[in-house]
Ligand binder design. Structure first.
Ligand SMILES: [Zn+2]
Length: 329
């Protein structure tokens, strides 16, 4: 576990530096603890609020990473992005944060125990993106989530894991009480395929979600107007279906608890998953297939370039939080 722990420490040091860099506009919040390791240790799970308190309340945008402990590229992309937009000397400095136009709330490492142990699952052996309890209409036997054993990959667990509950508290606190905002939340993953996918709900069914048209408009705007043509947008189930996707559950809760009670509400909770394609450099670097973390992360020589390559997309993603529902109708 030592190398994984060192890696986790490195990320946490950067998180503290980011909070410092944000000055009065950045606050560190604790959202709970991970499940227990074999040694009986629980890792704290943190969120960072970036922006004025009013913007956090009125125009919140979320970005989370590290749901799967092996997919560290997402954590590094997120930390790099925050350093990029918070540093006044950078070309990416986002003045909208200081001006109170948009509030960004991030959970940089949802599964710190998985990072420390260098596992996809949490310390209890549960795959958090199979853990929500949502039953898919049909899903691949193993990869789609299984209930047999924590010793096999993609274990769904038996109840909501502490990390899943922490993520739910985060979603509930920041995105379930705003009256007039579109609230995009991006979850950073890696490892599937050679292109970058941006998925909207659902993962568990091919039935279109009620916000399909809105998601399509946002996708079109990002691709055509802003030139993010390398991203392939669509519902997740178009690529594959899984049981237990947490965003399926959170999205449906928003529909049931917020939209159903107030049809005129102008708020929309829009969870998206960015799946960073990391297989594209396998041809140049076949040894990566034999390294445990290989397929989930780009080869080292491409890493810096890969990480920096997401700054503009994330910056434009965050700026979606400034728009109102009326802009999209
Ligand atoms: Zn993942």
């Amino acid at each position: 576990m030592l190398r994984g722990l060192r890696r986790l420490n490195r990320y946490e040091r950067r998180i503290l530096e980011i909070v410092k860099l944000g000055g009065k506009n950045a606050r560190l919040q604790q959202f709970g603890f991970s499940s227990k390791t074999e040694e009986g240790f629980r890792f704290p799970i943190h969120a960072i609020e970036i922006g004025t308190e009013k913007a956090i309340r009125k125009n919140p945008v979320g970005i989370v990473a590290g749901v799967h402990g092996l997919e560290t590229i997402g954590i590094r992309v997120l930390l790099d992005f925050l350093e990029f937009i918070l540093n006044k000397r950078n070309s990416g400095y986002l003045a909208d944060v200081e001006k109170g136009k948009v509030g960004i709330i991030v959970v940089p490492i949802v599964n710190p125990g998985g990072v420390a142990k260098k596992t996809r699952s949490n310390p209890a052996g549960v795959d958090l993106m199979r853990n929500s309890g949502v039953e898919a209409e049909s899903a691949p036997l193993l990869f789609g989530g299984q209930k047999f054993s924590a010793k096999l990959p993609y274990f769904r667990g038996r109840t909501l894991e502490p990390e899943s509950r922490a993520l739910y508290r985060y979603v509930h606190k920041y995105f379930f009480s705003t009256e007039d905002a579109i609230m995009p939340v991006l979850d950073l993953h890696s490892g599937f395929g050679t292109v970058d996918h941006v998925w909207w709900p659902y993962a568990g069914t091919k039935r279109p979600c009620v916000d399909t048209q809105l998601f399509e408009k946002i996708a079109n705007y990002m691709q055509t107007r802003l030139g993010h043509t390398k991203y392939r947008f669509g519902p997740q189930s178009e690529t594959y279906t899984t049981h237990g996707d947490l965003w399926d559950r959170f999205y449906d809760h928003f529909q049931e608890k917020i939209i159903a009670k107030n049809e005129n509400i102008n708020s929309r909770f829009l969870p998206l998953t960015l799946e960073i394609g990391t297989w594209s450099d396998i041809k140049e670097n076949p040894s990566k297939l034999f390294r445990k973390r290989g397929i989930f992360n780009p080869a080292p020589e491409n890493k810096k370039e890969t990480i920096v390559g997401y700054r503009d997309f994330l910056r434009d993603f965050v700026l979606l939080g400034k728009t109102k529902l009326g802009n999209w109708l």
